[in-house]
Design a protein around this ligand. Structure first.
Ligand SMILES: NC(=O)CC[C@H](N)C(=O)O
Length: 360
């Protein structure tokens, strides 16, 4: 008799060892990252998902709050071949169900072949396959979580002071802390606004850059954030990361769509189309920009599947990335993105020049 069951959308029920009890459901996804479990588990983009680690041992260097990307664990449950006691204690404190002793190679192969799928989970002494199936029956698809932004955003303006002159308004759709840190380290003062901030809220701050963060769910559900991009494009330089790239593209006439199983890991190769250089990147996304629209150019692509990894418009002063240039965890190849973003807002940068011209 097992004490943990995973009921998959394809009809299978997988037995596991229960580590943290509870019942839950979500979209079953996997990450191939072999490091960075603290960053992944606290990344708000995993909201409403169940995270499977393909790397077999999770927790081998402990749990340290300084590596957290937000103030709580976001996946609804965690699945591994083996979790250490440190991780189990942390997930238990957070009330997040966890299971291990799962054949994660088999689970990951199913997700690769059939795509990200719904899962219901029951863990604990009274767990049964039927209880897991009941959870599965209640599971919504990612795109049905229409107000997922409200679950992860800040509710009020928060300012992080940098020691330079530049200011950035970051729209928080579920921002990772290291995005804010990367900007502040470069001297920028970062004003963080809720995902449903109004154009007046943004105008009142009069920042040099408008930045749309990463976040969970379907970009098409972020209507208020999309409207901000529509409103300010051409007036203020705009940057975006991950969900931010998708929202910016959608606002400027592009289209987005769902991938079969997405990109989640720390070694996704990305080619810059201008330099031909390939860098390694950290990623976590299930949607992608399918058509950038007439205003944006694709500047970088994924080497594995040619999906859009970077977009830009010189005319509108826009640059975005699908991957995570803040590199937590992961290779630091792409940190220069933040210098490029901030240079758009300098007196020499296109954006600032246009703003001066516009207000003359
Ligand atoms: N990390 C992110 O911002 C994820 C973006 C979006 N929720 C996706 O899954 O594609």
């Amino acid at each position: 008799m097992s004490d943990a069951y995973l009921a998959l959308e394809d009809g299978r029920v997988v037995e596991a060892r229960g580590r943290v009890p509870g019942r839950t459901r979500g979209e079953l996804v996997f990450t191939t990252a072999y490091t960075g479990y603290e960053e992944s588990l606290t990344d708000p983009s995993y909201e409403e998902q169940v995270l499977t680690f393909s790397y077999p041992l999770i927790g081998n260097y402990g749990v340290r709050a300084e590596r957290f990307e937000s103030d709580r664990v976001h996946p609804r449950a965690a699945v591994a071949r083996e979790f250490t006691e440190d991780v189990v204690e942390w997930l238990a404190d957070e009330g997040v169900p966890a299971v291990d002793h799962v054949d994660t190679r088999d689970l990951v192969t199913s997700i690769r072949e059939e795509g990200a799928m719904k899962v219901g989970i029951a863990v604990g002494e009274d767990a049964t396959p039927e209880a897991a199936k009941e959870e599965l029956a209640k599971c919504k698809g990612m795109s049905e979580h229409v107000d997922i932004g409200a679950q992860v955003t800040t509710t009020e303006l928060t300012t992080y002071e940098g020691d330079g002159d530049q200011t950035v308004t970051l729209i928080d759709c579920g921002a990772k802390q290291s995005i804010i840190d990367s900007l502040v380290e470069r001297g920028a003062t970062v004003h963080v606004l809720p995902y449903d901030a109004t154009a007046d809220d943004v105008s009142a701050l009069d920042s040099d850059i408008l930045f749309v963060s990463n976040g969970p769910g379907d970009p098409e559900n972020f209507t208020a954030t999309r409207e901000l991009v529509e409103e300010f494009a051409g007036e203020v330089p705009i940057a975006g990361i991950c969900l931010g790239q998708q929202i910016v593209a959608s606002a400027l006439g592009g289209t987005t769509g769902k991938m079969a199983f997405g990109h989640r890991g720390v070694n996704q190769p990305v080619r810059d189309l201008q330099t031909g250089k390939v860098i390694m990147t950290t990623q976590n996304h299930g949607y992608t920009v399918e058509d950038p629209g007439e205003h944006l150019d694709v500047t970088q692509v994924n080497v594995n599947d040619d999906t859009a990894e970077g977009l830009a418009s010189e005319e509108l002063s826009v640059i975005t990335r699908q991957y995570h240039p803040e590199a937590h965890p992961g290779p630091h190849d792409s940190l220069g993105f933040f210098d490029d973003v901030l240079s758009m807002g300098t007196p020499e940068g296109n954006g600032r020049k246009r703003r001066v011209v516009a207000s003359d």
